[in-house]
Write a protein that binds this ligand. Sequence first.
Ligand code: NAP
Length: 291
Amino acid sequence: MHTLGWIGLGHMGAPMAMNLLQAGCKVNVYNRSREKTTPLTESGATRLNSPKEIVEQSDIIFMMLSDSNAVRAVLTQENGVLAAMRPGKVVVDMSTISPEDTMSFASMVSERGGVYLDAPVSGSVGVAKAGQLVIIAGGDQQTIEICQPYFNILGKKTIYFGSSGKGSSAKLAINLLLGVIGQGIGETLVFAEKSGLDKEKVLDMISQSALNTALFQGKKDMYRNEEFPSAFMVELMSKDLGLIKAEADRMNITLPLAEATNITYRSAKENGKAKLDMAAVYLELKEKNTR
Ligand code: NAP
């Protein structure tokens, strides 16, 4: 069995690393804010002091970080991942970042003899805890096969999209749908309330309809109570919609819903909702229509 390293114990990284531990894997952990490692060390993980130590003492190094800036910092900082990179090491980056940055990070790792996979995930915190994520993979296929036993612990399905960056492209594609659906539900609720309809009945109507989804059920209480404790923060959804816009511009394609959604989530972020769950875009739309 491989020794695993885990860097990034936020909303997603913590339950994912915990699942590997509970499945009996040997896991070394590092997080910038040290206190987040405690639940993992209490469950048998070994806490190390830097990304460099994680690479030195692990065969396969998983990263679950906010964005490209975080990944770049963890790779290139003093005592970062690259400082200990050598042949035989595998970096599995599960963060959602741009395809372009993915390819650049893959080159940095391969220049030092390692292999870098992009393996972002679909599914939020509850799904991560349940080990039911969808792993969206790009990079060397043989290395993905080596990692498959661990992906099987983290998720219910791995979909391989091709060379380095393709996993990141696929992740942005599904998050475009997520952002649009999130705004769609928000607009539907604002429209219904402005029409004088009872919100509880509207929530029930959606639940009973063909438009019911696991996503909607997961966030229904947030819409009901207008409280949005974060699973997937507005600021991360906004980050992804910004990446989608940049990709669309690069490919010279027009995506009207992506444009509109990008603007709404960005405004939610700027209006004090950055750390709330993405469902709070409903609140943003509601506030914009209070008059
Ligand atoms: P999060 O709770 O904000 O965690 C972010 C992690 O990145 C934390 O461990 C944080 O460390 C670390 N980090 C940020 N900047 C860093 C830096 N400069 N150097 C070192 N570490 C840094 O985010 P999350 O919700 O777990 O999401 C992680 C990734 O998964 C994101 O790319 C997100 O888009 C994606 N994703 C999220 C969900 C979801 O539902 N939440 C679902 C699918 C995919 P600290 O603890 O020190 O801040």
